[in-house]
Design a protein around this ligand. Structure first.
Ligand SMILES: [Zn+2]
Length: 424
């Protein structure tokens, strides 16, 4: 696991308590902390959150920020991350070992010089392999496979494991800078020009890393040169024909290191937070085959849903609900930094359906995620269906125009989970 963001050296020895997902959600009648005391202990937990949760709640509780805050509130001093079956499938231990230490962890630095999202209470962290986990859990009240089974069934099975471990690490630190790049198209309506639609796309990828088949350049052609080029093209269109409200185009840095550029911007925006009426994010749109449908993450939380659907339909696409809620994609790209500041957001990605009946879109996308996502082979040798790319780009631009020209600004749905949590 990554180093400590501030301390050069730390170590902690404590008893280990297994806490399932590490989720406490009393409003959903679920807690991994009922009946266990983790004060002064090291917690061992899986990633993600219970599959029985409604989609949005699941995404919220799956974030490592939610988990760290919960563990700290309860006095935990360290955290061990366990591997679910899904993680084991996507990130075999061999790959984790190969990539370990090849990329630094990063935090952005506040105006007062502190590391953001730093939890000094957690003195140690570790990710352990399935083999090691099986050994550690042997002879405890629960076997590793029983624990994993319980989480797969959304069943809390927390228990002290009855042994102690020492978590120790040494970390080296370096200060670097990497800017967000922002462009602006001024709105034409004096009444509305001080309100902004924000288009965003991350400009970073993973740089030079562990070689795969002798290639160590992580190109990020789809993730996210494709999104960045769509951002530039969208800006070109808006510059030529400005709408009533103003439009910001932000090329965000360090998304791959934990949404750092967008989180920084959300904390230190160049325009007042209340003046940002919506965020439209672009991240890794896959045009691997002729597209028939689009998923609009996050639009169902606000009045953006109708706007988005009209824009998509106008380009001949159908709107499809999220086919892979277990991936929690809504919280995993830059739109979530805006949502956390109360700004309604949407993030469009192509769905699985194809206009070509011979294409199994789901298989093609899943193969990309397994073979090429975050690998050197996400490069120009990947196929691109340019006609789909054009229509997708137009659909995104239509969304911006519709929001920017409408009299009223977008609103969160009455009682919406994210609206209630962040927009109040
Ligand atoms: Zn990305």
């Amino acid at each position: 696991m990554g180093g400590d963001k501030v301390r050069a050296e730390n170590s902690v020895r404590a008893e280990v308590v297994y806490v399932g997902f590490g989720v406490h959600a009393p409003e959903l009648g679920y807690s991994d902390y009922d009946g266990v005391d983790v004060d002064g202990k090291i917690v061992a937990m899986f990633g993600n959150s219970p599959g029985s949760f409604p989609h949005n709640e699941r995404a919220f509780y799956a974030s490592s920020r939610s988990k760290a805050e919960e563990a700290i509130t309860r006095g935990a001093v360290g955290a061990i991350r366990l591997m679910s079956k899904r993680i084991e499938e996507y990130y075999p231990w061999e790959r984790i070992k190969r990539e370990a230490g090849t990329r630094p962890g990063m935090a952005w630095v506040t105006i007062t010089g502190e590391a953001a999202d730093y939890y000094p209470e957690l003195q140690g962290g570790a990710l352990i392999s399935v083999d090691v986990a099986r050994e550690l859990f042997a002879g405890t009240p629960i076997t590793f496979d029983e624990a994993r089974e319980a989480t797969a069934e959304s069943r809390p099975a927390s228990t002290p494991l009855g042994f102690e471990v020492t978590l120790a690490r040494k970390s080296k630190h370096e200060v670097i800078t990497s800017p967000n790049v922002i462009g602006i198209v001024r709105g034409t309506d004096p009444e509305l020009a001080d309100e902004y639609i924000v288009y965003s796309a991350h400009l970073d990828h993973n740089g030079i890393g562990a070689p795969v088949d002798g290639d160590d350049v992580y190109n990020g052609a789809y993730d996210n040169a494709m999104g960045s080029s769509l951002l530039i093209e969208t800006a070109r269109v808006f510059a030529a024909s400005p709408p009533r409200r103003s439009v910001l185009f932000i090329a965000l840095t360090a998304e791959e290191r934990g949404l750092l550029g967008s989180d920084y911007f959300a904390h230190y925006p160049t325009v007042p937070t209340e003046s940002m009426v919506a965020n439209v994010n672009l991240d890794m749109p896959l045009f691997l085959f002729p597209l028939a449908d689009i998923i609009a993450f996050g639009s169902e939380h606000s009045s953006l849903e109708a706007t988005v659907e009209a824009a998509i339909n106008a380009e001949g696409f159908a709107l499809t609900p999220d086919p892979m809620p277990e991936e929690n994609i809504f919280i995993r790209s830059d739109q979530y930094s805006f949502v956390r500041k109360g700004v309604p957001a949407t993030f469009l990605v192509p769905g699985y359906a194809s206009t070509d009946p011979d294409v199994d879109g789901e298989a093609v996308v899943k193969d990309f995620r397994k073979q090429h996502y975050h690998q050197p082979s996400d490069d120009l040798s990947r196929p691109v269906d340019w006609d789909s790319a054009v229509r997708f780009t137009r659909a995104n631009a239509r969304i911006g125009y519709a929001i920017a020209n409408e009299d009223a600004r977008p609103t969160w749905n009455e009682g919406d989970f994210f609206g209630e949590k962040f927009a109040k």
